[in-house]
Design a protein around this ligand. Sequence first.
Ligand SMILES: Cc1cc2nc3c(=O)[nH]c(=O)nc-3n(C[C@H](O)[C@H](O)[C@H](O)COP(=O)(O)O)c2cc1C
Length: 152
Amino acid sequence: MKTIVVFYSRTNNTKLVANIISKMLKCDIEEIIDTRNREGFFGYIRAGYESTFKKLTVIKKTKYNSSKYDLVIIGTPVWAGLSSPVRTYLSKNKNLKKVAFFCTMGGSGDKRTFRQMEGLSKKPLATLTLTERELKTVDYQNKIKTFVDTIN
Ligand SMILES: Cc1cc2nc3c(=O)[nH]c(=O)nc-3n(C[C@H](O)[C@H](O)[C@H](O)COP(=O)(O)O)c2cc1C
């Protein structure tokens, strides 16, 4: 099965998970590059505003063509729901064949985020949530391995 991991990450938590998944699966990886400045207080507030009001942002042209893949594994940070860069990606990449979702978060909001992702694509084969606290423990990689085994 031709697989790609596609993710957005503002502060590298989701990136960490994305890299591990793509290494485990030896598959392509695509980082969604947002053109808006997300730094500092105003960057944070704007991010929250865009996700709350389901706004799109402007992302750079992607390297890989999602229609060439049997499975697209999509990762996002929870921003009180789906992050605007991943919302934008999913809006531009309709008709994905199979999908799986993962997210990182402070403590809650994954269910809503996955629901929003499903609304823009389809039912995922599996989902994975990692909290910031879990990412500091030694066995978060086992959780990633279980997710990968489910979809592989
Ligand atoms: C605008 C914004 C809203 C957020 N909302 C939530 C939230 O509702 N629930 C939560 O648990 N964490 C929330 N977070 C924390 C992030 O989900 C968490 O830090 C995540 O791991 C960041 O991923 P990243 O490093 O890949 O950007 C929010 C972060 C931002 C910037």
